[in-house]
Design a protein around this ligand. Structure first.
Ligand code: MLT
Length: 259
């Protein structure tokens, strides 16, 4: 489906009926990464999975794309769908955006799912690395960023088929969109202070093999959000929803049914 928000066209999946769950994809992927969750959840829930600006089949306006801007796009999407409140889920960059959404639109969040993400801002080294990667993708294309990131996005157990699938999702994105998101992530503020203010049911999901957002990082956030739950998926790396989809979906459904 397509809609117009803030003068751009956004593409999104909208499947199933019932309580609405908005799933925010990781960097540098697209809504295509949520296929296993859309299949598992839509018999009972409505799942909305947008391509963020700059990704998938959405427009690629000039950047940088601040996390607040992505969050405003999502609020605009919910407005056009007439949805006031959602269960909000994000993986990695999707989690950074979920924090921005929580900061600006806390009343629109019924519950929160934060997978393979972190509340902290980039270090100065990480910011410099973002700019290096932005220039790399601008000069050499999305394949170059796939080459650089795939070894850390996926754990050692990921099959060649999954590696090829993730590469193809990355390579369908435009270099300008990827660079704009990199520069936006570098600008994001620290969200650690937000954790103690979260007062909706919250589930953290981590992957035991995730070296980008380690289980220790997830556990620290979990301990800061009163009443939150945490599930660590054995054998999963950073893209835990694709690496261990059955266990990821079980964690989601158990959390959702208890709401
Ligand atoms: C992601 O998976 O969204 C990225 O690894 C996030 C990041 O680069 O910080």
């Amino acid at each position: 489906m397509l809609t117009h928000v803030h003068n751009i066209t956004l593409h999104y999946e909208d499947q199933g009926q019932g309580v609405a769950i908005l799933l925010i994809h990781a960097f540098p992927l697209s809504s295509a990464m949520w296929q296993p969750q859309i299949a598992a959840l839509t018999p009972q829930f409505r799942v909305i999975a947008p391509d963020l600006r700059g990704f998938g089949a959405s427009d690629v306006p000039p950047g940088p794309y601040a996390m607040d801007l992505f969050a405003a796009d999502l609020a605009g999407l919910l407005d056009t769908l007439g949805i006031e409140q959602v269960i909000l889920g994000g993986l990695s960059m999707g989690g950074y955006i979920a924090f921005a959404f929580m900061r600006h639109y806390p009343d629109r969040v019924r519950a929160l799912i934060l997978a393979n993400t972190r509340a902290s801002a980039d270090t100065s080294d990480a910011r410099a690395g973002r700019e290096t990667n932005a220039q790399l993708v601008e000069q050499q294309g999305a394949g170059a960023i796939a080459d650089k990131m795939l070894p850390t996005l996926l754990g050692a157990n990921a099959t060649p088929e999954l590696r090829a699938h993730v590469r193809s999702i990355i390579e369908r994105n435009q270099p300008q969109g990827i660079a704009a998101a990199l520069r936006g992530m570098a600008l994001r503020p620290d969200s650690t202070d937000l954790l103690s203010q979260i007062n909706v049911p919250t589930l953290f999901i981590g992957g035991s093999e995730d070296t980008l957002t380690t289980p220790a990082v997830l556990r620290e956030m979990h301990s800061a959000v009163v009443g939150s739950q945490m599930v660590e998926l054995p054998g999963a790396g950073h893209l835990s929803n694709l690496e261990q989809p059955d266990a990821f979906n079980t964690a989601l459904l158990t959390f959702l049914h208890a709401l």
